[in-house]
Design a protein around this ligand. Sequence first.
Ligand code: NAD
Length: 372
Amino acid sequence: MSSRRDFLQKVTASAIALPVLNQYSPISFNDMDDQPYDGPILRVAIMGLGSYGTRVAEAMKGCKKAKLTGLISGTPSKVLDWQKKYDIPEKNCYNYENFDQLKDNPDIDAVYVITPNGLHHDEVIRVAKAGKHAICEKPMAINAQQGQEMVDACKAANVKLLVGYRMHLEPKTLEIIKMRNEGEFGKILFFQGLSGFRIGNPNQWRLNKELAGGGAMMDIGIYSINGARYMIGEEPFWVTAQETKNDPVKFKEGVDETIQFQMGFPSGAIASCLSTYSMRNLDRFFLNGEKGFAELLPATGYGPIKGRTNKGELDHPHKTHQTVQMDEMSDIILQGKQPLVPLDGEEGVKDMKIIDAIYKAVETGNKIPLSL
Ligand code: NAD
């Protein structure tokens, strides 16, 4: 891992001085480590103190613009540990029964929901009704209807909804997107996304249809769906998909083990992707255009991400993804910053619509039209 020092680059005075960050600034998230920051701080409560919640809390120690100030958990012993570790006062700790009382807590601006997928819908809607901004882990819900209801609830409550799409802020990924936008790869023809790992314990929530909403597609295949969209830079208008299930005991009805899927894009580009819980070492994106190519390998892990194009290796320094994400989300929520690739609820709903269509394609064998 690179040290914070590695990220020092020049930053323009204007980037710091701007009162409203309404434009994407490619250098704003990896180069301000030694710059004083006296702008607003996003005060965040984490809901779900599990494995990823722990990673986010640790990463937030490195944030300048976001701070962990609250906890929501069903396990009192974990809350006590975290209170000590992160210096969280008792009055900012809640459980799943009483977190609606957040509405009376002026010390928390946003809640980051990091619980099993099937719980996100109800939890985000309760967060919105408590008048707090919601950050929700991917997949934002277990189908598009739920996702849309979450978007609507946050709009009605006048709070923001963001999805934990940390790759939308990753420097090598953004460099490829910028190169594509500048025409460096020519007309885009093809994207390949490989997303998978071998899942262990058969009793975990990720293999429980009710809590996970599906199987590998919800958890890891979504990276290839989302990646195809931001790498090609268009929205797909059809999808086809085929499922392979070799272990129906571990992967029960409604829990997908391996799905191959293909998507068509209006320009004529196509995507061919694999989502699986049964194969190791699958985390690769490949983009091919008439004039060049880009590869990310690994493409979506916690990093460092490795990237190369027909012009050579990408050498942007690594910084902990979740630290960058929470600082950027602070700017998005508190200062209205527009990221190059959106991380909002509408963006999450698009992926959910594609997942719905992939499951429908598997079930029917048909090519499913998409309108995103
Ligand atoms: P985890 O099992 O480690 O943690 C889940 C937490 O939710 C636990 O603390 C658990 O106690 C709590 N929980 C609350 N109600 C529960 C219930 N009814 N059943 C089971 N657990 C319950 O899972 P995780 O790996 O932290 O994943 C949580 C979410 O974060 C998922 O949506 C996952 O997709 C997402 N995630 C995102 C990334 C990323 O890189 N963006 C990485 C990992 C996980």
